[in-house]
Design a protein around this ligand. Structure first.
Ligand code: PPS
Length: 289
């Protein structure tokens, strides 16, 4: 692997790693104490959502051509009468890793699962706040059950369960609508939001390779090329919605994040080149850059 990774496990189960291609020092302690922004206490806004009768399958179809590099549907449009509206969660969600897609989040999930003070869902990407919202908070809580402790069983295993931090990683959360983001903050006012950034070109390349491999979107080459820098794959303008500061990530020109927009045309050229290749390659040499 071209990316050098230095990894060590420290005594208390915290994992540190430095990834040259990612812009963050991926250190659990750092993530939970420094990179996390204290969530703002947002006013409890009434949800205004459309297509209340839309099921997941239908939604998947309608967003197919606008979610270019993702394998997953965008946030579902939820009905005004949210099942969570009057729900008081009985457990505290401590951290939420909201992306970005193809930024090493699977690797982070696997590492955090090894930490005894953390409880993550067995499977990465719960997708509660977009796909499974209608299933309710009890369903969400059940995803965090591990065999050793459960938030509902705090009295049975007081020492361990009360010291657990519950969190999950769903990269698609970065594009959640503002109303859902506000609702998350209302229900979990102490929640730490974490966004993992990666070099813009590397992320785009990785997403393109995934799409070319999976072919789940059925996009034409031109559409796919556009999707690399626009729409749902363009995570840059979505980060501020979470009140996160711009990550110290360089753009293709090395200019920083350019107010959440990268106008450089190279990603489109790159993606076109990828499409024109006769066989898939994970070679990171990118013509035209
Ligand atoms: N430790 C570490 N450091 C840097 N990069 C890493 C690391 N672990 C995984 N990776 C690379 O991350 C890419 C996969 O990211 P995700 O797991 O977030 O993908 S996904 O959104 O869940 O599909 C994927 O990138 P590509 O290989 O370029 O596709 C992985 O190789």
């Amino acid at each position: 692997m071209a990316w050098g990774v230095l990894m060590k496990f420290v005594d208390d189960g915290v994992v540190s790693s430095w990834c040259p291609s990612c812009v963050f020092l991926v250190n659990l302690t750092t993530i939970l104490t420094r990179l996390c922004i204290p969530p703002l206490l947002l006013p409890k806004s009434r949800l205004i959502r459309r297509n209340s009768g839309t099921n997941e399958k239908a939604t998947r179809q309608t967003i197919t051509k606008t979610t270019a590099t993702s394998r997953r549907p965008a946030a579902l449009c939820l009905p005004p009468q949210s099942p969570l509206k009057h729900h008081k969660p009985s457990f505290e969600l401590s951290f939420l890793i909201i992306g970005g897609q193809k930024c090493g989040t699977t690797w982070i999930h696997n590492l955090l699962q090894k930490c005894h003070r953390l409880s993550l869902p067995k499977q990465k990407e719960v997708h509660y706040w977009d796909w499974h919202y209608r299933k309710g908070m009890d369903w969400y809580i059940r995803q965090f059950v591990d065999h050793h402790c459960h938030p509902h069983n705090a009295d049975n295993d007081e020492d361990t369960s009360r010291s657990k931090l519950y969190g999950e990683i769903t990269p698609d959360y970065v594009v959640l609508p503002p109303s859902t983001i506000a609702e998350i903050h209302v229900h979990f006012p102490h929640l730490k939001i974490i966004f993992v950034a990666r070099d813009f070109v590397d992320r785009a390349w990785s997403a393109m390779v995934m799409e070319l491999h999976d072919r789940t979107m059925g996009l034409n080459p031109g559409e796919f090329a556009e999707g690399v820098v626009d729409g749902r794959s363009d995570i840059l303008p979505n980060v501020p919605k979470w009140n996160l500061p711009p990550p110290p990530c360089r753009s293709l020109r090395g200019e920083g994040w350019n107010n959440g927009r990268c106008r450089h045309p190279s990603p489109i050229r790159i993606s076109s080149n990828v499409w024109n290749k006769t066989r898939m390659t994970r070679d990171r040499t990118m013509p035209g850059v």
